[in-house]
Design a protein around this ligand. Structure first.
Ligand code: URA
Length: 246
């Protein structure tokens, strides 16, 4: 991409190349959900926990068609009861670059596609700034069903849903993954380290052995635009891996 075009994209993202001042890391985790208002859910509104442990599910033999159907009909956690539809994933099934977010928000639940709300528009702008489009990459979430009021996913929900994502990753076999936000990063890297400490390096996703770069969630960037230069640095690191410079 020529420099003028890249600068125009960066401007659209709200990034000025000369912003050098370091803003302090956010305390604790980034707030992760679309619409920018991840308010804690009162216990009474939280879905009931599964009464039985979630059975191991073997997704290893599933092709795209069988996987899509299985996710559409999935009832492995209580979130299925409140969703409009399961949000499977979108993009190029042979993509070199795979993005993993947290969970569908209101718009994603309504339209059946990940990252189509305000956070998704920023993700599209970031992709364009990096010279890519959402049709070219693959985008999926840790959870396929929307948690009520965009609350954080429960560990049981993540455990129930993760086999679907792992199979998606196996089928795409990307050259690099972008782990967008704390939940995606901590889940796939099997760590409790804060997001700020996971950024800035290339990880290997355990078992899958795929290089992965951690970045801020675009919903957090909408609230904290001063962090956008760091997100841009994360994208550039992933591009280095993608283009064989790392
Ligand atoms: N936030 C996410 O993490 N994923 C989406 O699909 C939308 C918002």
């Amino acid at each position: 991409m020529d420099e003028g075009r890249r600068r125009a994209y960066l401007k659209a993202m709200g990034i000025t190349p000369w912003v050098l001042r370091e803003a302090p890391e956010p305390a604790g985790s980034a707030v992760l959900q679309d619409e920018g208002e991840a308010s804690p859910v009162p216990e009474s509104e939280a879905p009931a926990r599964p009464e039985m442990p979630v059975p191991e599910s073997d997704t290893s033999g599933l092709d795209w068609e069988a996987l899509t159907e299985a996710v559409r009909d999935c009832r492995r956690c209580p979130l299925h009861a409140g969703r409009t539809q399961a949000v499977f994933g979108v993009g190029n099934p042979d993509a070199d670059w795979l993005f993993v977010g947290e969970a569908p928000g209101r718009e994603e639940d309504r339209l059946g596609e990940p990252f189509v709300g305000r956070a998704g528009q920023l993700l599209d702008a970031m992709l364009a700034a990096a010279g890519h489009s959402r049709q070219e990459v693959y985008i999926a979430n840790i959870l396929k069903s929307r948690p009520p009021n965009n609350r954080d996913p429960e560990p049981e929900e993540i455990a129930a849903c993760l086999p679907w994502l792992r199979r998606q990753i196996e089928l795409v076999r990307p050259r690099v993954m972008m782990l967008v936000g704390r939940i995606a990063a901590q889940t796939l890297l099997e760590t409790t380290s804060p997001l700020g400490r996971l950024r800035g390096q290339v990880h290997q996703v355990p078992e899958l052995g795929i290089p992965a770069v951690v970045t801020y969630h675009p919903a957090y960037l909408l609230r904290s635009p001063q962090q956008k230069p760091k997100a841009w640095a994360d994208l550039c690191l992933a591009l280095d891996v993608l283009e064989g410079r790392q």
